[in-house]
Design a protein around this ligand. Structure first.
Ligand code: FAD
Ligand code: DLZ
Ligand code: SF4
Length: 509
């Protein structure tokens, strides 16, 4: 009797739990490209090319090793365009005795997978996703009974569990768990960055590009110049290049932002990690090795490992701990519609213009651009968290709800009231001026708070603090800033409010 193994578009790893005991005599794999997954948010065209082409490359790799596999292309005439009905169609034709699948990364998908057993009258075994460094049970146990969940303490536990950057005495390498204060340097005047590896589209990818243009050509994003890695081998080459050419400077300039330099020293591997083309533990071990061989300093290596071992795992744990209600949270009662310029990039605010332009070109922007430019603006302007979340889910090649949602709702918008972060990441134009060169070419003046040339981040910053003081002033981490607001002249506050209201009423003009 046949066992059907299902592989989803972000499960492209041969070591995944659903394939662990594959029996080449009996078992069969099903993979399906479906419009339902391509359009539940209007994914960036490059993201669609990446997912579909990586799926096809993975299927070809399995076929070359004689795995029995059915691969449904988006344009197959019988494709019903939904995952559930494609599984149903295969089961009606071949009557498998059992279905095996690895749990989905998204609550939405996991819910319909759970319905299959009853719907299809076939046993469905849903296996834990073995591509993470912390199991969900382990995270739930860690979180149980804690008043506050803080990434830093979770991260220390993960460091000990995986023996990463630990001395033989069980202490953190270099005497400290976290070297963040040595990172976060502003960009220097003349900086040069290593070129990136480029993988020009092969015929298989060309076919996918043509298909995506036809089926989703109205979605956001440039499709031309697609050159992301599409196989585990190419992704490993990309990561090796990062280790050799970027890691040493990663820590220092992690938060810097520059016009025309979307990648700086970042790894640009999240899209590969999230679909299974790279393994997170392997990446951490290789980064540790670079430190041990004195190829990169501790602040860079610890900072990099913390992102993967700490933040990535913590964020996933929060998602599964708090869903489905997490998605509805709106602690700051923010209801303003997402302005049109998040799609068009047409705004006089140069920082937003540059970041949205890079997003349109690459389906990528680095963490501080997501957090302190597009996210910070959305926070200060009171944009609706669900609209903002859907935007982030659509525009980035690495976006899947398990990782996108807590980053957006929690870290960027404080819509969860402090589950992910201890205070809102609100900042004025002065921060952006210090960490980037965006302000040099802006029509606004980052030093001005009121008046025609005033930087919107400046007046929106104070407007935001004033508007939300009932919810935020009691936060001990915000005592100083509220003390400054309290000392501010009432007439200045009123001028700021007028300017902010006028600006927000005209966001789309
Ligand atoms: P690097 O800066 O080189 O970092 C290395 C790796 O660490 C990343 O590849 C990523 O896997 C991991 N990492 C770093 N920060 C985080 C974080 N906060 N959460 C989870 N993993 C992290 N990341 C996604 O993978 N998918 C998303 O949909 C996503 N949405 C985000 C939305 C917002 C509003 C914000 C503020 C952050 C979001 N992030 C998301 C986290 C982070 O911005 C990206 O992981 C990172 O920019 C990817 O670029 P990189 O691979 O060059 O990362
Ligand atoms: C993101 C995505 C897209 C665009 N298309 C497909 C698809 O056609 N078939 C598929 O199996 N998976 C796709 N995916 C990934 C799923 O949406 C993904 O499994 C969920 O987002 C869970 O993380
Ligand atoms: Fe952005 Fe203000 Fe700087 Fe302009 S002046 S780039 S709006 S921070």
């Amino acid at each position: 009797m046949v066992t059907l193994r299902i592989i989803l578009g972000d499960q492209l790893s041969q070591n995944i739990s659903s394939l662990s005991d594959f029996d080449s005599e009996q078992d069969h794999i099903l993979m399906a490209e479906v419009m339902a997954e391509a359009t539940y948010v209007p994914h960036h065209q490059k993201k669609l090319v990446f997912v579909f082409s990586a799926m096809r490359h993975f299927a070809a790799q399995l076929q070359a090793q004689n795995y029995q596999i059915t691969y449904i292309k988006l344009e197959d005439p019988n494709n019903s365009q939904s995952l559930t009905t494609e599984v149903q169609r295969w089961c009606s034709a071949y009557s498998p005795s059992k279905i095996i699948i690895t749990e989905s990364g998204e609550y939405r998908v996991q819910e319909f997978i759970k319905s299959w057993q009853e719907l299809l009258h076939i046993p469905v075994e849903i296996r834990a996703d073995n591509r993470f460094l912390c199991t969900l049970e382990e995270f739930m146990q860690w979180a149980d009974g804690k008043k506050q969940l803080r990434m830093e303490f979770f991260y220390r536990q993960m460091r000990k569990k995986h023996q990463l950057l630990m001395t033989a005495d069980g202490l953190p390498e270099g005497g400290s768990w976290n070297f963040d204060k040595e990172n976060r340097k502003p960009p220097k005047k003349a900086m040069s960055f290593p070129n990136r590896l480029s993988f020009p589209a092969d015929p298989l990818t060309q076919e996918v590009i043509t298909m995506v243009k036809k089926r989703a050509g109205n979605h956001f994003g440039d499709i031309e110049l697609f050159d992301y890695a599409l196989t585990n081998i190419q992704a490993a080459e990309t990561f090796k290049y990062f280790l050799e050419h970027c890691l040493a400077n990663f820590g220092d300039y992690q938060d810097a932002m520059l016009t025309g330099e979307p990648f700086l020293y970042h790894s640009v591997i999240s899209l590969y990690l999230n679909v299974g083309l790279l393994d997170p533990l392997d990446c951490c071990l290789k980064a540790q090795n670079a430190y041990q061989q004195q190829k990169a300093p501790l602040n860079a290596v610890e900072g990099f490992i913390r992102q993967i071992l700490g933040w990535r795992e913590f964020i996933r744990g929060i998602y599964w701990l708090k869903m489905p209600t997490y998605k509805q949270l709106n602690y700051l009662q923010a209801y303003r519609a997402l302005p049109e310029f998040y799609w068009s990039a047409q705004t006089k605010m140069n920082c937003l213009h540059q970041v949205i332009l890079q997003t349109r070109q690459n389906a990528y922007s680095h963490h501080i651009q997501r957090l302190m430019i597009t996210g910070n603006f959305a926070l200060l302007a009171g944009l609706d968290p669900q609209e903002v979340s859907n935007w982030y889910l659509a525009v980035y090649a690495d976006a899947y709800e398990w990782v996108e949602l807590p980053n957006t709702m929690g870290m960027a918008l404080y819509a969860d009231g402090g589950i992910v972060g201890s205070k809102p990441y609100a900042a004025s134009g002065k921060y952006i001026k210090r960490m980037s060169n965006f302000c040099t070419d802006c029509q606004y003046d980052s030093q001005e708070t009121i008046g025609e040339k005033a930087c919107p981040f400046n007046f929106l910053y104070w407007y935001f603090l004033e508007k939300n003081q009932n919810l935020l002033a009691g936060n001990p981490r915000m005592t100083n800033i509220y003390a400054t607001l309290k000392r501010m002249d009432r007439s200045k506050i009123e001028a700021i409010q007028n300017q902010a209201n006028n600006f927000l009423d005209n966001l789309n003009f």
